[in-house]
Ligand binder design. Structure first.
Ligand code: CP
Length: 316
């Protein structure tokens, strides 16, 4: 694997998911050899709690040296080609990525979308510029349009709690006061398409995702109908793709409540976090023993460990 930015970078996603589960069961001393004498540099152009700490922990667990740089602070990087750099951008990504590659065996990058210019965001230009100019593998720590480490961790979690039958998984939109990226939803759909699950996406009209992500998945505008018989209920807000970056409706009707969970097949609640209680999800659902949100955040470490191990393998 050359880079880890989406499921499409992975030759055998099922094998990667199973390797993450296997790494989770290995004794700590066995893990330490995997990344010994290797260095992981994590660049955050945007804030993070789980991605930052779980990826650092994965690196430490694999015996790596880990350096974290808040690339969104201090001087700003230039990502455009050919610009006259006489403004506030002090360094071009061309130099920055090449320099960081001298210190790192793998570079992680987190970069959120601006949610103003859909065409620009969906080019995922900042991540691609790092991939272009780095001379080492790049791992996405959430880009403008995808969050693959989260999706891999979600798949681990579903696998660990999978019923005997092919599970029904519902990705449900939920309200939120602020416009949020579509990355988690896009990525979850992409990974669930290669998992052996029956996926339904539930959202109010106007919250259709980008065609390249939602094509081929069942869409339901009646949330209660979607939840009927669900084994896993993955809840996430996203802003509009078509009226790009807008919060079109914010109806509390779409919040996940105990009454809605009663429609499921003893369904498990999932959320990538952070979550706004009693806006996205009622306390009684997230605090219920069937909620898997903490198992998901725990599995972030093992998803990252598996991706890092794969990136450390010699390239053909
Ligand atoms: N789920 C997730 O990516 O969390 P952070 O934004 O805290 O990294």
């Amino acid at each position: 694997m050359k880079h880890f930015t989406s499921v499409h970078d992975v030759d055998d996603p099922q094998a990667l998911m199973e390797r993450a589960l296997a790494l989770k069961k290995l004794p700590p001393e066995a893990l330490l050899e995997i990344g010994r004498h290797k260095t992981l540099v994590l660049l955050f152009l945007n804030p993070s709690l789980r991605t930052r700490l779980s990826t650092q922990k994965a690196g430490f667990s694999l015996g790596m040296q880990v350096m974290v740089h808040n690339a969104g602070q201090g001087w700003q990087l230039e990502f455009e080609e050919g610009n006259i750099m006489n403004g506030d951008k002090a360094e071009h990504v061309k130099e920055a990525a090449a320099v960081i590659s001298q210190y790192a065996d793998i570079i992680g990058v987190r970069t959120f979308p601006g949610l103003k210019d859909r065409a620009a965001d969906y080019q995922d230009a900042i991540l691609k510029q790092f991939m272009r100019y780095a001379t080492v593998p790049v791992v996405s720590l959430e880009s403008a349009i995808r969050h693959p480490l989260q999706s891999l961790a979600d798949w681990l979690t579903i696998t660990e709690h999978r019923p005997a039958h092919r599970p029904k998984v519902v990705l449900s939109w939920a309200p939120h006061p602020r416009p949020l990226p579509q990355a988690v939803a896009n990525s979850f759909i992409e990974w669930m398409k290669v998992a052996d699950v029956d996926l339904t996406v539930a959202h109010p009209e106007g919250y259709e995702l980008a065609p390249e992500f939602h094509e081929g998945t069942a869409v339901e505008h009646d949330q209660r109908k979607a939840l009927d018989g669900a084994d896993f209920v993955y809840v996430k807000n996203w802003s509009s793709y078509h009226d790009y970056g807008q919060v079109k409706i914010n109806s509390p009707e779409w919040m996940i409540t105990p009454e809605k969970m009663s429609l499921t097949r003893e369904g498990r609640f999932m959320h990538c976090l952070p979550v706004r209680r009693n806006v996205v999800i009622a306390d009684a659902v997230i605090d219920h023993p069937r909620s898997l949100h903490l198992q998901q955040s725990h599995n972030r470490t093992w998803a990252a460990a598996a991706a890092i191990e794969a990136l450390l393998q010699p390239q053909n």
